[in-house]
Write a protein that binds this ligand. Structure first.
Ligand code: URP
Ligand code: ZN
Ligand code: ZN
Ligand code: ZN
Length: 459
């Protein structure tokens, strides 16, 4: 099967020109003006932008968490991602304490294999690093899982202490991987949650008030220091606030590159949503939404190159699941839906509103994640030989986000009624047209597991 995409405005992280793009099989075989080729299908992309497929390196599909499971599985989650222009996701395997990494890898693979529609890979969240798990770091890297996630929060569940963190960092450094972290001070949060509950403060607002900015800033700094000491490539997931960003900047002053991601919700939504009584549970996530001044700092952080990636931390729960915490905010499953809207919201709020350039948009929604996580140039770019993961995007089409029309398996939207400018029209994944005319054209099982390469941690 071959496809010729004619006259599109091809935008990558570092170029922007009008040309034709020719797909043969699963890859891009030619890019140029007026290509003289015979194709099975010819698409006129005049007036459309042509982007590399989006990469969301932070999602939780069918995640066992807080006594329930996140409500999108590999089929519904990757399908919704494709509708919004994200062709590759990286999910998190969670090691069960007392069990092996291999055991967790098999469990997650069992859920994903044959079910995904879009391409996927895994990070390994290490919750119990010891002499038995130590040799498994190398094994996991050989399986193509080259990034190891830690939680500095969720005390009593997923959290690791500093002793475990440093030991893990030493081993990951030795084996050529990367350590990523959920950087918030779990002990301090644990104390503030207990204090609030004891005072009878049970509403979602107190989820926010139990995770003040300092809990994230402190942990981000501690993580950066430990990474500097061990020399391991380091990446902070879902960074939300100015205080944490300042520590990323500080690390740069000693020529340490701590890479960092923010998520679309932290750029677009703020903590005033927690004032809506229990409805605020829709946005209960960790870290919580922050203030407007933090949003401004995050946009600036993207432009300054301190934040390389915009992800989603997609972790949806039905309203019925959220109600587990109706009388106790600490029992509200943490997380919100977002996988479908990241690309369009980032374009609309970022490019259309003049906060970031078109090239920066492509960088942070696709290219940088591919580079950081060892998928470049197979993914994340429009180049000869790369996977033909391609979005045809109308920069002017407006539409309104709603749970009535989204494809995520969640009965509410975090952005209900938001009007966005810019729409994903047609999506190719490895040469196959998977979305067109608002329809899915691929079957479950089309999505492939991606073995990732080792990376040196600096882009
Ligand atoms: O609230 C969140 N973020 N839920 C998912 C788990 C995590 O911390 O990323
Ligand atoms: Zn949309
Ligand atoms: Zn997290
Ligand atoms: Zn997460």
């Amino acid at each position: 099967m071959s496809t010729l995409i004619k006259n599109g405005r091809i935008v990558t992280a570092d170029s922007d020109f009008t040309a034709d793009l020719f797909i043969e099989g699963e890859t891009i075989s030619q890019i140029g003006k007026n290509l003289n080729v015979t194709a099975d299908e010819v698409i006129d992309a005049t007036g459309l932008m042509v982007f590399p497929g989006g990469i969301d390196p932070h999602v939780h599909l069918s995640m066992p968490f807080m006594g329930t499971f996140s409500s999108d599985d590999y089929t519904t989650g990757t399908r919704a991602a494709l509708f919004g222009g994200t062709t590759t996701v990286i999910d998190f395997i969670l090691q069960t304490q007392g069990k092996s990494l291999r055991h967790a890898f098999e469990e997650w693979s069992g859920r994903a294999n044959g079910n995904a529609v879009g391409d996927y890979s895994f990070h390994m969240a290490v919750t119990d690093f010891n002499e038995t798990t130590k040799p498994e770091i190398k094994e996991m890297i050989e399986e193509g899982i080259t990034s190891f996630k830690t939680f500095m929060a969720y005390k009593g569940a997923l959290m690791v202490d500093d002793r475990m963190m440093v030991a893990l960092m030493e081993e990951v450094k030795k084996q050529g991987g990367m350590v990523t972290t959920h950087a918030t001070n779990g002990d301090m949060i644990d104390y503030l949650v207990a204090k609030n509950l004891k005072a009878g403060n049970t509403a979602p607002l107190y989820h926010y008030l139990s995770q003040p900015e300092v809990t994230e800033a402190e942990a981000s700094n501690r993580f950066a220091d430990m990474a500097n000491y061990t020399g391991v490539p380091a990446y902070i997931v879902h960074l939300t606030c100015e205080g944490a960003l300042n520590h990323v900047r500080d690390a740069g002053k000693r020529n340490q590159k701590v890479m960092a991601e923010t998520c679309i919700q932290y750029l677009t939504l703020d903590a005033s949503l927690y004032e809506k009584n229990f409805e605020g549970a829709k946005w209960v996530m960790s870290p919580p939404l922050r203030e407007k001044k933090d949003q401004a700092a995050l946009w600036a952080g993207i432009n300054a190159g301190l934040l390389q990636v915009v992800a989603t931390d997609h972790c949806p729960f039905f309203w019925e699941q959220k109600k587990m915490g109706e009388h106790d905010f600490s029992k509200i499953p943490n997380g919100a839906p977002g996988i479908e809207h990241r690309v369009e919201l980032l374009f609309s709020e970022g490019v259309t509103k003049g906060r970031i350039s078109l090239n920066k948009f492509v960088e942070v929604m696709s290219t940088n994640a591919a580079k950081i996580f060892g998928m470049f140039p197979q993914k994340g770019c429009l180049a000869i030989g790369s996977d033909a993961d391609i979005l045809l995007f109308d920069p002017n089409e407006k539409h309104t986000i709603s749970a009535q029309t989204h494809h995520m398996n969640c009965d509410y939207s975090a952005y209900e009624g938001w009007e966005v400018t810019g729409k994903t029209k047609t999506v190719f994944l490895r040469g196959k047209k998977v979305i067109a005319e608002n329809e899915l054209l691929a079957e479950k099982g089309y999505g492939k597991f991606l073995k990732r390469n080792q990376v040196n941690g600096v882009i």
